[in-house]
Write a protein that binds this ligand. Structure first.
Ligand code: S3P
Length: 188
């Protein structure tokens, strides 16, 4: 099976999309892209600032424009923001030429991983756990519908998740082939 042109990671805040995406890209010999970070670079401001000044709607417009732009980038692993699945017009942009992976994570893990974070405006309130719960109810069916692969990340190290993903996407990565050549095992 040839490698997909693109790999797109979807899932909630605190699922590990950036950490796993960066490692997976290295493993596949692909470039890693993080749509939130690129939005911030382009805008010259961080996400809390964008939410403050332009509101969530302003951020979502930037997000759609970014997903559109990045949908043409081949040999890439793209980490998306947790809300990227909310707009139906984003769906074809996420799916285009891609294997879409849903990194599925328990509420406990999300809470743990986002607890001290000040960079996620949707969680800066009195009830971040309630917000995560509500978002899960709305978004989980969307993540599932879009995903070609659903990968549970709870109680797994990022390394293990990446290994399992590589096996699902294509057991023969460039690194694997190089290793096989080095060991004199051909046609790997
Ligand atoms: C959001 C998730 C964030 C970021 C923004 C909104 C969301 O990305 O895009 O704060 O709506 O769930 P991460 O999922 O990378 O935290």
């Amino acid at each position: 099976m040839p490698l997909p042109k693109r790999v797109v990671l979807v899932g909630p805040m605190g699922a590990g999309k950036s950490t796993i995406g960066r490692m997976l890209a290295k493993e596949l010999g692909y470039r890693f892209l993080d749509s939130d970070r690129i939005i911030e670079e382009r805008c010259g401001a961080n996400i809390p600032w964008i939410f403050d000044v332009e509101g969530e709607d302003g951020f979502r417009q930037r997000e759609t424009a970014m997903l559109d732009e990045l949908s043409g980038e081949e040999r890439t692993v793209l980490a998306t923001g947790g809300g990227a699945v909310m707009k139906p017009e984003n769906h074809p942009l996420l799916k285009k030429g891609a294997v879409v992976i849903y990194l599925k994570t328990s509420l406990e893990q999300q809470v743990e991983r986002t607890r001290k974070d000040r960079n996620r405006p949707l969680l800066q309130n009195d009830d971040p756990v309630g917000v995560l719960k509500r978002l899960f109810r709305i978004r989980d069916p969307l993540y599932c519908r879009l995903a070609d692969i659903i990968m549970y990340t709870d109680r797994k190290s990022p390394r293990l998740v990446v290994r399992q993903l590589v096996n699902k996407i294509n057991p023969r990565t460039p690194r694997h082939r190089r290793q096989m050549r080095k060991e004199g095992r051909s046609h790997a």
